[in-house]
Write a protein that binds this ligand. Structure first.
Ligand code: HMG
Ligand code: MG
Length: 310
């Protein structure tokens, strides 16, 4: 397998990671999370959602988060916007990249954004036009690119169809998402190769939830297909409120550890992400899900004890 020299990692913890948390998380904690991630060197941090607070209450303070964060020059702070209302709120909050989000499954589209795939594309059209007019980057996410919790397996041609439509709307980047985390490397390779037949894979990213522990293997399969952009969530936080049973995204610490081993540059400070993963997990009252993160944190703690031993 030939690997690229570098990949882009989009940190989605502050959005995908926190959106499903039941207890309200203080805005100040969300701001500190984004600030810590900024310092770690991410090029892109998905920081908020401008969606209906009735649908996703945890993301209701998106504007307050975006206003309070300390922006690192060069980092793109992105946010989900399902409609023009969300778009205008996001622009007011100085979001750098607009994310429209659809699905390759009709049933999931209905449950997640309350409209069909065709209606979602029509709804995204004015958002995409407005984003382009404002000179903002535009990203388009495709949920259920492998399986749907309501509809079952999704054929690659359904993903290709939505990817083409999002590209036609002017999306600079397209996220192919294994929302349920049920995908395995062969199917992942197949779907990315199918998308790559119609769209340059340089602007396609892999967004893998890790429910079945396949995410790192799926990243390898996507790398092999030619993908160089990956989403990850610090400490493995997260899940989608409309994909019951699905756990968080692949942990960022695990992805960074993998990339370091493959000698693929990310520009991100793994130690800082490990510390952030331990910190946010303690704020949420639980242990971080990242295997590499927990192992590195334990090693550091052990080294600190050794140093102070008489
Ligand atoms: P709807 O009910 O069909 O829309 O929802 P509506 O236009 O009839 O509006 C209903 C109410 O929401 C109204 O308020 C609107 O004002 C309000 P009311 O009159 O009842 O008081 N509203 C809004 N409020 C704030 N911001 C807005 C907004 N829009 C309407 N932007 C809608 C349609 C799309 C709004 C709704 O379904 C929604 O917000 N869905 C969001 C779902 C979501 O955020 N899901 C999680 C993110 S996606 C994800 O996690 C997957 C991803 O990670 C990839 C993967 O893993 O698959 C990206
Ligand atoms: Mg997701």
């Amino acid at each position: 397998m030939r690997f690229p020299d570098s990949v882009k990692i989009i940190e989605v913890g502050p959005r995908d990671g926190l959106q499903n948390e039941r207890e309200p998380i203080p805005t100040s904690t969300k701001v500190e999370l984004v600030n810590r991630l900024s310092k770690a060197g991410f090029q892109n941090i998905e920081s908020a959602s401008f969606v209906s607070p009735k649908w996703v209450p945890q993301m209701a303070d998106g504007a307050a988060v975006m206003t309070a964060i300390a922006r690192r020059p060069g980092t793109i702070y992105s946010a989900l916007t399902p409609n023009l209302r969300g778009f205008h709120d996001a622009v007011r909050a100085r979001v750098d990249e607009i994310v429209i989000f659809g699905a390759a499954s009709e049933a999931f589209s209905q449950r997640n954004i309350n409209c069909s795939i065709a209606e979602s594309i029509a709804r995204f059209e004015p958002v995409a036009e407005a984003a382009k007019r404002a000179g903002l980057r535009l990203r388009g996410a495709i949920s259920c690119a492998l399986d749907c919790p309501y509809q079952g397996p999704i054929p690659p041609r359904a993903v290709v169809d939505v990817a083409k439509r999002l590209r036609a709307l002017g999306c600079d980047e397209i996220d192919v998402a294994d929302t349920l985390g049920t995908g395995t490397p062969k199917r992942v390779g197949d779907v990315f190769r199918a998308v790559g037949d119609v769209i340059d894979l340089g602007c396609v990213s892999g967004h893998f939830h890790d429910t079945y522990g396949q995410a790192l293997a799926n990243i390898m399969a996507a790398l092999d297909a030619g993908v160089t952009i990956f989403h990850a969530s610090v400490a493995g936080l997260g899940g989608c409120p409309y994909a019951k049973g699905a756990t968080g995204n692949v942990a960022t610490e695990d992805v960074l550890y993998l990339m370091r081993g493959l000698e693929i540059r990310t520009g991100i400070d793994l130690d800082a992400v490990v510390e952030t993963g331990q910190w946010i997990s303690s704020q949420l009252g639980r242990r971080a899900v990242s295997r590499a993160g927990n192992a590195l944190a334990a090693r550091k703690a052990l080294a600190a004890i050794d140093c102070t031993a008489p």
